[in-house]
Design a protein around this ligand. Structure first.
Ligand code: SF4
Ligand code: SF4
Length: 227
């Protein structure tokens, strides 16, 4: 059921938004998901990891899914009038999330770890959509959930792309997703359809490169090659 003030304009924009999230989700489930399932070992590759080593005491390591992360709708780097996902999309998205959570149950929870360097006990809370089996939202994730890839994951993808970063994009703007989300939020329908098509082609190109790279090395996954 749609929110009372849900307009046709919001409906097709939300559909485009969900399509883009689904495309990113499929890339992750085909090629990158095992990084996030083994996040602790992935971040162990960061130069600062030695200094930040810790022992998990309680709960599940949150990876990128900290409390509040799923509800951040900023579009970093876009002009001030396009610096956030369109309010109509946000309202519709939150409405669909509420319905989904009513069916799937709640996420959230807490974790704690002991930092080796100073013995500090660090406590934290997961995003409210985070569950043991992963994110509960599917194609209703927020912008921050699809636009970030950590440095180890990005550097592996750059190897796949032979150092050409025009597909992968920056660490905090994976595949230049903020620009796509700004177009989905504010541009006309033709422009949005063009952008989705373009994004689909870019994603296909990245998937093709990942697939060819793995076949050439007879490897099951990027994660298994580099971690
Ligand atoms: S993107 Fe990197 S840091 Fe974030 S959850 Fe995945 S592996 Fe962990
Ligand atoms: S919405 Fe999902 S992907 Fe995004 S931070 Fe929450 S659990 Fe993680």
């Amino acid at each position: 059921m749609l929110a009372d003030n849900f307009s046709d304009n919001d409906a097709w924009r939300l559909t485009a938004y969900k399509e883009l999230v689904s495309l990113v989700n499929s890339l992750f489930s085909n090629f990158l998901g095992d990084y996030c399932c083994n996040c602790q070992s992935v971040i162990g590759r960061l130069p600062e990891a030695e200094n930040e080593a810790f022992e998990l005491l309680e709960g599940v390591y949150p990876g990128c899914c900290h409390r509040g992360a799923g509800d951040i709708f900023r579009l970093e780097g876009e002009s001030s009038e396009r610096a956030s996902l369109a309010p109509g999309i946000v309202v519709a998205l939150q409405n669909e999330r509420r319905q989904k959570m009513q069916l799937s149950g709640t996420g959230g929870g807490t974790y704690s770890f002991r930092r080796h360097r100073d013995g500090a006990l660090v406590k934290g809370a997961h995003c409210c959509y985070f569950a043991e089996q992963g994110c509960l939202l599917g194609n209703l994730k927020g912008p921050l959930c699809i636009n970030f890839i950590c440095p180890p994951m990005r550097s592996d993808l750059l190897v796949v792309c032979a150092g050409d970063d025009c597909l992968v994009g920056p660490e905090h703007d994976f595949m230049f997703i903020y620009r796509s989300l700004a177009i989905i939020s504010y541009d006309c329908r033709d422009e949005v359809e063009r952008e989705i098509l373009l994004f689909r082609r870019k994603l296909q190109a990245l998937e093709d490169k990942c697939r060819a790279f793995l076949i050439e090395r007879q490897a099951q996954s990027l994660y298994s090659l580099y971690n």
